[in-house]
Design a protein around this ligand. Structure first.
Ligand SMILES: C[S@@+](CC[C@H](N)C(=O)[O-])C[C@H]1O[C@@H](n2cnc3c(N)ncnc32)[C@H](O)[C@@H]1O
Length: 629
């Protein structure tokens, strides 16, 4: 007996589109029949084929459905071992399992292989596998899942395919994020505002059944698709989809209008909803899970589940984008119990382990899931008690990028300033680390920036018309800002691999968007002194420590370090008379070159450590903490 999906596909489509692939399967498995030694290799073969299957698709198509497989058997096994006790496989019998975006079935293959290695008998295996629900939006993926599962079991257990055709595999084509609450789609359709989802009859029945608590799952495992809802190309459709998600998902605050959503988020909520109380979920997801866009989802996870494990930093595995993280949750209906939990965090490469009270994450700004221990928390408290956020001293637009030229930099910059008409202001143009090498360093440049307001207006008028004609709301435009900013004394700031680097200048100058610019657009002596005192603090070890431990600087393997303007505004500074003159004096000494920068940095650190009342143990902790990045 074949499932509907296989029937639909196995005829023409598979033969045409995947001919090479199916040929390879046929040739491999015909060899297995005659050579039983190959049986153990079957899992490797299936994992390798998953990449070949993906090569049939254009990269655009893969991105659209987030179709990237966890084709590393070690990661799959690691995840399975976290949620299943393989020494006691009987405990799995009768348990309901779900793979909500099954792809070509690699987690199920991993499960079969592990059970086989534990000598699990065919009858038990059948019972377990028939209890695994496998969902995917793509019928082609489901076709390969079925092919893989059957061939894998056939090779390992040496049974005939006909026998396996009698198994009832639960392969369901559906959009996992579609709630299918049985609303009257037809009447909505009359007004043309229904969002389209992939849904099959089996999918509808499956979701209906899940209303009943007994049908919920004991274990959910997977690698949900990572798809950001941008909607440049098809605005209207994306808007509808966005509204659907806002209306139907609880983690999204009702006030949200323009949330930056990713499909991964809906997989979390939907899956938690489908879990039994105390049921467990383990997902491998992109590390953007820790970014601002995911803050509401993180809050939802914190109050609806115990976060059992977070596994990060697995660069030791080949083929696994190291920009990923494994997260294991246990569903719990009591927020109080959830917040009492201790989360285990493991850095796989270094085998460093941490235990973080879930409550700390709940109380944290943006629920950032910061991995810091009690010592760091104490130090942060000491800093916060005697300082203010940079934004309270420099509100609104005082901290920003100087110029926004889209892809038209060429029109606003020149190598030779003699070419530029006399009436346009021309100034050095600074670019990232090339221009600002080190803390307090003087600035280098190759090109000049031309402050051409009328060219900006001309381009913006044109852009506006073009985008309106395409019905695009998102109004990207050239922004040169106020000339005063370029003229005024200012700091240029950037993030290096793991620290903040800043320098002061009072020269007419501009920078591209790789440098932040801090300026009050005036040249009073007070403003100048404040900027210098700020500069010294941004360059201190204490700022680096604060930025790293509170994730103002977000470092992560596999991701470019980045610092967002909104985060940088939260860095702490002080203008207390206790330190002001000292910091000013040392900064002036740097710029008049009467002290070596290295010595000056040391002195600044000491001034600040003493001001915040940090003990030598704490200072040592700070310095070691920074080194550990
Ligand atoms: C990242 S892959 C993971 C596949 C598999 N879990 C693995 O690790 O090998 C994501 C899968 O999700 C499927 N998918 C994408 N959007 C989906 C949706 N809304 N509902 C169900 N499946 C979806 C894609 O077709 C793809 O097979």
């Amino acid at each position: 007996m074949q499932t509907m999906i296989t029937k639909q596909l196995s005829d023409s489509l598979i033969e045409d589109k995947f001919k090479k692939i199916t040929d390879e399967y046929n040739s491999y498995f015909s060899k297995i029949n005659s050579n039983s030694d190959l049986a153990n290799d079957v899992v490797n073969f299936i994992f390798e084929m998953s990449s070949k299957i993906n090569k049939v698709y254009k990269s655009d198509e893969l991105k659209k459905t987030g179709q990237f497989h966890t084709n590393n058997i070690k990661i799959v096994e690691l995840m399975l071992e976290h949620v299943i006790d393989f020494n006691n496989h009987k405990s799995l019998i009768g348990k309901r399992l779900l793979e909500p975006s099954v792809g070509v079935g690699l987690f199920v293959i991993g499960l079969i292989h592990k059970l086989y290695k534990q000598d699990v008998k065919l009858n038990d295996l059948k019972e377990i596998i028939e209890n695994v629900c496998m969902l995917d939006i793509s019928s082609e993926m489901l076709y390969f899942t079925e092919l893989n599962i059957k061939n894998c079991i056939r090779a390992l257990y040496k049974i005939e395919l006909e026998e396996l055709d009698k198994w009832s595999l639960k392969l369901i084509q559906t959009d996992t994020t579609f709630k299918n609450n049985g609303q009257d789609l037809l009447s909505d359709n009359l007004f043309g505002n229904v969002t389209e989802f992939v849904e099959s009859e089996e999918g509808t029945n499956f979701k209906k059944q899940l209303k009943n608590d007994d049908s919920k799952f004991d274990l959910i495992i997977g690698n949900p698709p990572y798809i950001t809802l941008y909607g440049r190309r098809d605005m209207k459709k994306t808007e509808e989809l966005r509204n659907y998600y806002i209306d139907n998902y609880d983690f999204v605050p009702k006030t949200v209008k323009n949330g930056k959503f990713n499909i991964t988020m809906f997989f979390f909520e939907q899956s938690l909803h489908w879990l039994k109380e105390n049921g467990e979920l383990i997902f491998i997801v992109d590390i953007s899970l820790f970014e601002t866009a995911f803050a509401d989802l993180r809050k939802y996870l914190l109050i609806n589940s115990k976060i059992i494990n977070i596994i990060r930093d697995f660069s030791s595995f080949e083929n696994v984008g190291s920009g990923q993280v494994i997260i294991q949750l246990k569903k719990i209906n009591s927020t109080e119990k959830a917040l009492n939990n201790l989360v285990k965090v493991t850095d796989l490469e270094t085998n460093k382990k941490y235990e973080i009270p879930q409550l700390n994450w709940y109380n944290e700004d943006e629920y950032k899931f910061s991995v810091i221990d009690d010592k760091a928390i104490e130090i942060i408290k000491k800093i916060e008690k005697q300082s203010m956020e940079l934004a309270s001293k420099y509100p609104k637009k005082s901290l920003r990028t100087c110029t926004m030229m889209l892809d038209m930099e060429e029109q606003f910059t020149t190598l030779d300033k003699l070419n530029v008409s006399d009436d346009l202001p021309v100034m050095p143009y600074y670019v990232g680390s090339k221009s600002l090498k080190n803390k307090f360093s003087s600035l280098n440049f190759e090109k000049y920036f031309i402050y051409n307001k009328s060219l900006q207006d001309e381009i913006n008028d044109k852009l506006k018309l073009e985008l309106e004609a395409k019905g695009i709301k998102n109004k990207k435009r050239i922004g040169l800002g106020d000339l005063e900013v370029y003229k005024s004394p200012k700091l240029f700031i950037r993030q290096s691999a793991k620290e903040i680097i800043a320098t002061y200048t009072d020269e007419l100058s501009a920078a591209n968007n790789s440098l932040y610019c801090l300026s009050l657009s005036n040249s009073s002596i007070e403003t100048i002194n404040d900027l210098k005192v700020t500069c010294s603090q941004l360059n201190s070890k204490l700022s680096t420590f604060y930025a790293l431990s509170t994730r103002i600087i977000r470092t992560a393997k596999g991701k470019q370090p980045q610092i967002k303007v909104g985060d940088l505004k939260k860095i702490r500074v002080t203008y207390s008379s206790e330190v002001y003159d000292k910091l000013l004096k040392i900064t002036n000494a740097i710029y008049t070159e009467s002290v070596k920068i290295e010595e000056a940095l040391k002195e600044i650190d000491e001034i600040l450590y003493s001001y915040y009342g940090l003990s030598s143990l704490e200072i040592n902790y700070i310095e070691e903490y920074i080194k550990s990045f």
